[in-house]
Ligand binder design. Structure first.
Ligand code: ZN
Length: 314
């Protein structure tokens, strides 16, 4: 395999960062890259391998990714089997001591077990800011280990960012609490919202399972369309990183039975928005999701979200 031959040369000596030089970090997902930028500040250069709309369950490293990862001082990945197709590669990098699965900083007793596999957990921990704080601390620790001379700075940046995440967590709780009880059903393309549902009291239904790797059958769509009709659920959601084909089939299935279901909006489930935009940050992503869900399901939401930064009606 390509990685084996490339890694063999690099394994001879892990490059040592010169004192005071900026730390080069490669992150798999945009959410982890954002955390590394916030905690690292001007002292790190961060590259995310997966951009907007990219599905981490099915993403496989490119030749360019492999080179970037081998050259980086530190590789931050999620773990919890999120990067299913990259796991072998990432574990190999971990043997060199330069790759850390920061999603696994979430304590075991706070993880949701995976129905399909023993000893596997739902990876979608970023959906709840309170859980994401563990990952931010994991990023802080990994950066500090890679550049101990900057540890104090990383700690102070992390403290500052964690305060913002605390405010985000409060906003999510407050806004989602305004959604009327019977409307608290979140139906999306895949099971990315398990932690969200558990934290904020929503029943969560994904057409596909926890990973997007399994296909949803026609029977599943039919059963869910019946459920929408029976329970009078008025809105379902599409995701930026998953095809909307199944959701649209579902809306049509309900319409065929005379029940009108609207698409409540597009959620950032497994990837953030475009770089340089508000939803291209973790805080913007969650603000958007929380505000969109609460609004579509009849809750009370500030016009432009938590900080007035969301686009009108987004
Ligand atoms: Zn997912």
């Amino acid at each position: 395999m390509l990685i084996t031959s490339l890694a063999a040369g690099a394994l001879a000596g892990t490059p040592l960062r010169a004192q005071g030089a900026s730390l080069s970090v490669v992150a798999t997902t945009g959410m982890i890259a954002d955390a590394a930028r916030r905690v690292g500040g001007a002292h790190v250069e961060v590259k995310a391998l997966m951009g907007p709309g990219v599905d981490p369950h099915s993403y496989r490293q490119t030749r360019t990714d492999i080179q970037a990862a081998l050259r980086a001082d530190l590789v931050l990945w999620h773990g919890l089997y999120l990067e299913a197709q990259m796991e072998e590669f990432l574990l190999k990098l971990g043997e060199r001591g330069t790759a850390v699965p920061v999603g696994e900083a979430v304590p075991r007793d706070q993880r949701i077990a995976h129905e399909d596999y023993a000893n596997k957990f739902d990876p979608h921990v970023w959906m709840v800011p309170d859980l994401w704080t563990y990952v931010v601390n994991g990023v802080r620790d990994a950066l500090s280990e890679a550049a101990p001379d900057r540890a104090d700075l990383f700690a102070s940046h992390a403290t500052e960012y964690l305060e913002e995440l605390d405010a985000l967590g409060s906003y999510a709780r407050d806004v989602l609490a305004t959604v009327p009880q019977p409307a608290r059903v979140l139906l999306t393309a895949h099971d990315a919202f398990g932690y969200f549902g558990a934290a904020y009291g929503f029943e969560v239904v994904g057409i596909q399972g926890i990973s997007t790797e399994s296909e949803a059958g026609l029977n599943r769509i039919r059963t869910l369309a019946d459920m929408l009709v029976e329970r009078g659920i008025g809105a379902v959601f599409v995701e930026t990183s998953v095809s909307d084909r199944n959701i649209r089939a579902l809306v049509e299935g309900a319409a065929a039975q005379g029940h009108k279901v609207k698409i409540g909006g597009e959620l950032f489930s497994d990837a953030m928005g475009a770089p340089g935009t508000y939803t291209g940050t973790y805080i913007g992503m969650i603000d958007h999701n929380v505000s969109t869900i609460a609004r579509a399901l009849g809750g009370e939401v500030p016009q432009r979200g938590m900080q007035g930064k969301l686009e009108e009606g987004s």
